[in-house]
Write a protein that binds this ligand. Structure first.
Ligand code: SAM
Length: 257
């Protein structure tokens, strides 16, 4: 959910729009697994945090492909309830726990975590700020893996530049973001773009049946109508300008042994 794309919309209303959807942002299980392949050796003792986890689509992928303990954190309680239900269904409730909280006020100890994960959420507190703040909770040699909205080219048409700069003021190119990661004290170990299918199949197409239903739930509500219109516009702009931007997975290793 590009919640920053529609700053006038209430956080709860946006989350309500995404209620029932498998994902709240672009992403794919295969790309989560691909990013995980860069994060070093994990064990049963490993401690993992998934920040801005939403209802936990990627958390369940992490649970299936790792043996460690996962704490998944999101500001929206409805998503955390769904995540904990999903963990129960997957039989991993003993090592996967969803908690309500904010990613800029983490409940972890200093250098406690082996891996910090975050798909489509770091922009809520800022890429640079998030990487710097989260590093304190990572063990030396621990990894961070995030997806983040990024420009693919140095220049782009004004219409899309404005949309994304309004949504994510800090948005920048892949090269710039890699340097930001390095300056924050990580060795950048991987950066790769999410394929279009992660946007189309797992984000836009999931919203299509929901839009009408959501409007029926909020009859005559102009804010709800404007929210749906903004989501439709986001999809139209993606099809028009997808060669200029997308989500990029950035994986970094905290410096130090
Ligand atoms: N990771 C999920 C996915 O890819 O499907 C959800 C991504 S969604 C685009 C962004 C998530 O960040 C939402 O679930 C939202 O509730 C959460 N969020 C926004 N601000 C937050 C904050 N300060 N702390 C924790 N979660 C936050």
């Amino acid at each position: 959910m590009e919640e920053n794309a529609a700053p006038e919309f209430d956080f709860t209303l946006i989350n309500e729009y995404f209620a029932g959807m498998e994902r709240q942002g672009p992403g794919c299980p295969e790309e989560t697994v691909r990013a995980l392949s860069f994060t070093g050796k994990l064990s049963k003792e490993s401690k993992i945090a998934d920040l801005g986890c939403g209802s936990g689509s990627q958390t369940m992928v992490l649970a299936r492909h790792t043996e460690g303990t996962i704490t998944a954190l999101d500001l929206y309680p409805g998503s955390i309830d769904r995540l904990n239900t999903a963990a129960g269904k997957l039989g991993v409730r003993n090592r996967v726990k969803g908690i309500v909280g904010s990613m800029d006020d983490l409940p972890f100890g200093k250098e406690e975590l082996d891996l910090i994960w975050s798909e489509g959420a770091i922009a809520n507190i800022g890429f640079e700020k998030g990487l710097n703040y989260w590093k304190g909770f990572l063990k030396k040699g621990g990894y961070v893996a995030v997806t983040y909205e990024s420009w693919f080219t140095n220049e782009r048409p004004g219409e899309i530049e404005k949309w994304w700069t309004d949504a994510v003021p800090e948005i920048n190119t892949i090269g710039h973001n890699i340097l930001t990661m390095q300056n924050a004290g990580y060795i950048p170990v991987a950066a790769f773009t999410l394929p279009e299918s992660c946007w189309i199949d797992n984000y836009f197409n999931l919203q299509k049946p929901r839009r009408e239903e959501f409007l029926k739930e909020h009859p005559g509500n102009e804010t709800a109508e404007a929210l749906v219109a903004a989501m439709v516009q986001e999809e139209e702009l993606y099809h028009k300008y997808k060669q200029y931007y997308g989500y990029v997975f950035y994986v970094g290793k905290k410096i130090g042994l």
